[in-house]
Design a protein around this ligand. Structure first.
Ligand SMILES: Cc1cc2nc3c(=O)[nH]c(=O)nc-3n(C[C@H](O)[C@H](O)[C@H](O)COP(=O)(O)OP(=O)(O)OC[C@H]3O[C@@H](n4cnc5c(N)ncnc54)[C@H](O)[C@@H]3O)c2cc1C
Length: 464
């Protein structure tokens, strides 16, 4: 509950027009892109600058009011559901690109900027911001930073963490700090920038970021490779890397996913192939030509059925869009789509996909798998119906087994979506009890009153 006295204080800070507590607003912000999780906040606030964020946080800290920072709510781990009530913080009034510094190759942004805008603004200067999650047209940079989002360029270029070199953060006590900066080197103390990247809003509120940019690659070439089965496609992935070629994109879709995507996008994808690899290379024109040719040869040598190289940028765009629409296409099939992101070392992809298929069979579930083959980051996606309690129990049991198997193969419970509320029962599988305790100690040292995104990352027992 937010008392009328505290509401008045919020209004005094952000103005009545930036306080939302109508029934419809509270309902709107009670869920995110994760199925099966919902809880209403008490109030939604849209501050206009860092000082307003700081004032809000101070009030919340003094009154033990939970704060859930929220970007576009596209996370898939229930990390913006206000499970303990309190306030949701929006960044729609903090969505400016402050500066592109061409001498230092950096971009300084506010947290509410949509990722695609960052990519386009960089491109307009002949520069490149590589992290491109599938949600690139909707997600905000504050959300990307807080989940350490990956994307189709992860294999060659890394993930969001690799491009965040400075942050402005409001700590849970309301203090404003700056970490890193426009610096290629900085070892002054602990690396706080990295600590806040991927913290899922549990350690503070990100109010600004300095992003690293790189020169835009001169050329790009895209191809689709068809395989009879997934094992052969996985062999081709290993063979490409063993040949010392690191493609810009190396994605795979299993047959079930290809069929659903083709039905949705109608772009002539081969629905008879057992698996499809989407491969892209970028860089200087000659290298792109050489690598594309060599990768096509390697794929054919490892048993590919066919290689189709995009002849125009439009064709290339269609192919990459097909991969980006995988989740939307799958979501049309059943009332509930649960997309997971178990991740294994790249060499274990074929084994892991076979395990996922066996588990799906054992629990009588429909699971389609696609993902970032080059990163070992798989997205087993269960098409189900949350209203069917008995089936949901089987879904839970199946995913628990999938996570256990991923960890057994040297992988992790999440490669890019984060822990949130959804995966907190499994965190210790990956981090171990002592690892979780170390994280907990960091959390409560910074946030002793547990106001920042409570109910996430740690189980009820591990919370304060
Ligand atoms: C269709 C689709 C495709 C996707 N593809 C990918 C993909 O390829 N790769 C990938 O990694 N993810 C992907 N995702 C998941 C999701 O888009 C990412 O996790 C994304 O980074 C979330 O951004 P957001 O702005 O929606 O953040 P939200 O979902 O609103 O928030 C995510 C987390 O960040 C915290 N947060 C947000 N803003 C701030 C802030 N300013 N300060 C502190 N904490 C903050 C929130 O509290 C929450 O914990 C996909 C999701 C969908 C729906």
């Amino acid at each position: 509950m937010i008392s009328s006295k505290i509401r008045k204080q919020f209004v005094a800070i952000v103005g009545e027009e930036n306080v939302f507590d109508s029934e419809s607003s509270l309902l709107n912000y009670s869920y995110d892109a994760t199925p099966g999780f919902q809880a209403r906040p008490h109030c939604v606030l849209a501050p206009r600058n860092v000082f307003e964020v700081s004032e809000i946080v101070k009030i919340c800290n003094a009154n033990r009011i939970p704060i859930v920072p929220r970007g576009s709510g596209t996370n898939l781990s229930a990390s913006t559901t206000p499970s303990k009530g309190g306030i949701v913080l929006l960044f729609k009034n903090m969505n400016e690109i402050i500066e592109i510094d061409e001498a230092n190759l950096t971009m300084t942004v506010q947290p509410g900027v949509i990722t695609q805008r960052i990519i386009e603004a960089a491109e307009a200067k002949g520069l490149f911001y590589p992290p491109d999650p599938g949600s690139v047209n909707i997600s905000q940079i504050g959300g990307n930073i807080s989940t350490n989002a990956g994307g189709l360029h992860g294999l060659k270029y890394g993930v969001t963490r690799d491009y965040v070199i400075g942050l402005q953060v409001v700590l849970p006590n309301g203090e404003i700090i700056e970490t890193g900066g426009k610096l290629a080197k900085d070892v002054a103390g602990y690396d706080l920038t990295r600590l806040f990247v991927g913290a899922e809003g549990t350690l503070g509120v990100i109010t600004g970021a300095v992003l690293k940019l790189i020169p835009k690659p001169e050329a790009t070439k895209t191809m689709l490779v068809l395989f009879e089965d997934l094992e052969t496609s996985a062999k081709a992935v290993s063979a490409i890397i063993e040949n010392r070629i690191i493609p810009a994109t190396l994605e795979f879709l299993d047959q079930a996913t290809v069929r659903v995507v083709e039905d949705f996008a109608q772009i002539g994808l081969p629905t008879d192939a057992g698996a499809v690899l989407l491969i892209e290379q970028d860089g200087p024109k000659e290298i792109v030509e050489r690598d594309t040719e060599r990768m096509a040869e390697i794929c054919m040598e490892t048993g590919a059925m066919d290689v189709q190289v995009a002849q125009t940028p439009e064709e290339a765009y269609e192919l990459t869009s097909a991969r980006r629409t995988a989740l939307s296409a799958l979501s049309r099939m059943k009332p509930t789509t649960i997309l997971e992101d178990a991740t294994v070392p790249r060499s274990k992809i074929a084994e892991m996909v076979a395990i996922i298929n066996d588990i799906a069979k054992k629990y009588e579930l429909t699971v389609c798998t696609f993902g970032h083959a080059g990163d070992g980051n798989l997205h087993p996606t269960c098409l189900t119906d949350a209203r069917d309690k008995e089936e949901m129990e089987r879904v839970d049991a199946a995913f628990k087994e999938i996570f256990e198997e991923a960890v057994r193969l040297g992988g992790t419970i999440t490669g890019e979506h984060g822990v949130g509320e959804m995966k907190l029962p499994y965190l210790s599988l990956k981090a171990g009890e002592a690892g979780v305790e170390a994280m907990r100690n960091i959390k409560f040292a910074l946030d002793p009153n547990a106001i920042m995104n409570p109910g996430k990352m740690f189980t009820a027992k591990q919370q304060r």
